[in-house]
Design a protein around this ligand. Structure first.
Ligand code: NAD
Length: 410
């Protein structure tokens, strides 16, 4: 990804300039603290040995232990993991969570392996990164194609060596110390941020028209909570295509259908549309909640919404963001919008350390407070400096790490 299309790198440079940071420290904060590449040998079900490559990048721990998910995908490589680890440093700082940033992954297509093969691979990977992780050092979590079951194997593997340690990973099942509210957290946070944006941009939330691209964990929960706020969700899509109803889709039924079937394909109510048509719908809020670079130079001219709320990581490229800025379409950036997940991960870790379980109500209230506070901080800085929300978010996040770094290193 070139720096002009990588919104994170462009935003970092602009934020550093706006903040007037010392270039040597700004440079130091870009460099990851540690990168580990490991060979992960594991036995296939037919008895043959196979090896895959795994990574853990620890970007920065100035404000707390490294924190970030582990992804299994054939496109995972050191560059992708590095850039996602960096993003985690800014995201945890923006929410003022006492963590740094990290990320990991294995370059593998997990759909090609059985559950027992994935278990052996996961356990071996976790043993391989054991020397650099720890409850107060680096706390992994699920990401693309990893889940609560894989976190259980990680936790078990670590606990066999170090003693019972639920706080070593987050995103665990409730039975092993997972947190109430974690599954819905990123979608809930996205809905809260959309609600706050509506207020600041003077848009009536009730009956506002919302379009959501991607109806997985994040998109479906965002849709559910926005529907509960009174929004009309007029369009949603997943990898199979989209559904449209100008009067609002039946979100409770669609949520249930999607929860059971893991797709919206086959849901009978709503007109079928393509993903391209979905992005072009006239609406108040467009919420890309699927893939990176979904809104790019080739389709940005189609966008017909009042506000974009980035629920996926990096769904608007840098070039597209510049064009939308010229058209005065605000973008609420990913590091703010989708930070609900890592926030409740942090709550899970705190509960594990305290050996005390919070109610779902406690979790949701604390999430709400954190999200609203971060939104207000970013919005105030955006107004003061007359910069886009993305740059203001990076400014808040980088400044916090910069000050902590200067205190520790200076
Ligand atoms: P998911 O796998 O549960 O859902 C992804 C959804 O996107 C699915 O509905 C899928 O069908 C759809 N999709 C895939 N390709 C598409 C395409 N070409 N067009 C339209 N839809 C398409 O994933 P998720 O956990 O909901 O994550 C979504 C995004 O949010 C990712 O970018 C992820 O990195 C980011 N994110 C997730 C979390 C979290 O807690 N789950 C936290 C932070 C960021």
């Amino acid at each position: 990804m070139s720096s002009s299309t990588n919104p994170t790198s462009t935003a970092y440079q602009k934020a550093v300039q706006e903040l007037g940071l010392k270039p040597n420290i700004a440079k130091a904060l870009e460099i990851p603290d540690r990168e580990l590449t490991v060979e992960v040998p594991f036995r296939r079900d037919n008895g043959e040995l196979e090896s895959v490559i795994g990574y853990r990048v620890q970007h920065n721990n100035t404000r707390g232990p490294f924190k970030g998910g582990i992804r299994y995908h054939q496109h995972v490589d050191i560059e992708e993991v590095r850039s996602l680890a960096t993003l985690m440093t800014w995201k945890t700082s923006l929410l003022d969570i006492p963590y740094g940033g990290g990320k990991g992954g294995i370059g593998v297509d997990p759909s090609k392996y059985s559950k027992t093969e994935i278990e052996r691979m996961s356990r071996r990977f976790f043993r391989s990164i054991d020397p650099i992780i720890g409850v107060n050092i680096d706390i992994p979590a699920p990401d693309v194609n990893t889940n609560a079951q894989i976190m259980s194997w990680f936790m078990d593997e670590y606990s066999q060596i170090h003693g019972y340690s639920p706080a070593i990973v987050t995103g665990k099942p409730l039975e092993l110390g997972g947190s109430e509210g974690r599954e819905a957290a990123t979608g809930r946070g996205t809905a809260i941020i959309t609600r706050e944006a509506a207020e600041k941009w003077g848009l009536e939330l009730k009956n506002s028209k919302v379009v959501i691209q991607g109806f997985g964990n994040v998109g479906s929960y965002a849709g559910k909570f926005l529907h509960e706020y009174g929004c009309k969700i007029i369009g949603v899509s997943d990898v199979t295509g989209g559904l449209y109803n100008p009067d609002g889709l039946d979100i409770p039924s669609l949520f249930e259908y999607n929860y059971q079937n893991r797709t919206i394909n086959g849901f009978k109510k709503g007109k079928k549309i393509s993903n391209e048509e979905l992005l072009a719908l006239d609406c108040d809020f467009l919420i890309p909640a699927a893939l990176g670079s979904a809104i790019n130079d080739s389709n940005v001219h189609l966008i017909n919404c009042k506000v974009i709320v980035e629920a996926a990581n990096g769904p608007v490229t840098g070039e597209a963001a510049n064009k939308l800025w010229d058209r005065k379409v605000p973008i609420i950036p990913d590091i703010l919008t989708n930070a609900g997940g890592v926030t409740v991960s942090y709550f899970e870790w705190v509960q594990n350390l305290q050996q005390f379980k919070w109610t779902e109500d406690d979790v949701n209230k604390k999430l709400e407070e954190k999200m609203v506070h971060a939104f207000d901080e970013v919005f105030a800085l955006k107004q003061q400096k007359k910069v886009p929300m993305r740059i203001a978010s990076f400014m808040v996040a980088i400044d916090r790490v910069y000050n902590a770094y200067t205190l520790r290193e200076g």
